[in-house]
Design a protein around this ligand. Sequence first.
Ligand SMILES: Nc1ncnc2c1ncn2[C@@H]1O[C@H](COP(=O)(O)OP(=O)(O)OP(=O)(O)O)[C@@H](O)[C@H]1O
Ligand SMILES: [Mg+2]
Length: 217
Amino acid sequence: MPLLEATSLSKRYGDTAVFANVSLTVDAGEFVAIVGESGVGKSTLLNCMAGLDTVTDGTVRIAGRDVTSMAEAQQALLRREHLGFVFQAFHVLPHLSVAHNVALPLLLLGRPDAARVAQVLAAVGLDGLGARLPQTLSGGQLQRVAIARALVHKPQLILADEPTGNLDPATAERVLDTLCHQVRQEGAACVLVTHSRTAAARADRVLTLAADGIRAG
Ligand SMILES: Nc1ncnc2c1ncn2[C@@H]1O[C@H](COP(=O)(O)OP(=O)(O)OP(=O)(O)O)[C@@H](O)[C@H]1O
Ligand SMILES: [Mg+2]
């Protein structure tokens, strides 16, 4: 069973089409990159695949379950259990420390684990910063908090929206290594949205999103 199965997705705002006819299947242990020009709808597509935005047409299945026809509360539970989502705009909670932000998915699952939080912070190069508040961090550090939070509970499906956009090449490489580890060693499925050809090159498949659909290459 694929971890993510998107079938004939389309999204419109009134008369304006963002994308149409997007189908995509991602299996466990598979790393897929989606590229495409700014404004083509990559973030919208990722949000729709997570059930964080609604599609105009089509269906999304996560771990075999139809997200598109699910009530919002059920979607939230499914996300909590199976999904790690890296937002392009981070969405780190400003009043919580770095460590508390990263610990949140584990707390929501009733599985607090300070050692795992420390491990994932170290993996993205943030060891020693756990007690800091987000406002004291750089943009690239904040981005890595968002990545650590998405990975801390070892989700089966990782959806990452431009996760290396604010990082220098060496730090980007380290973050991509961490994502790849989740896929290759832990068997997660990952969809990475990026403008970076270097980041996309780490994926098993690269897809280009355009207004009329999604295609290989
Ligand atoms: N509420 C809205 N009403 C109308 N159009 C919208 C709305 N929200 C987003 N859009 C449009 O949808 C399109 C897709 O936006 P999206 O953020 O998904 O692009 P993107 O491919 O992620 O771009 P980038 O690479 O810059 O992050 C854009 O052209 C945007 O202007
Ligand atoms: Mg975007």
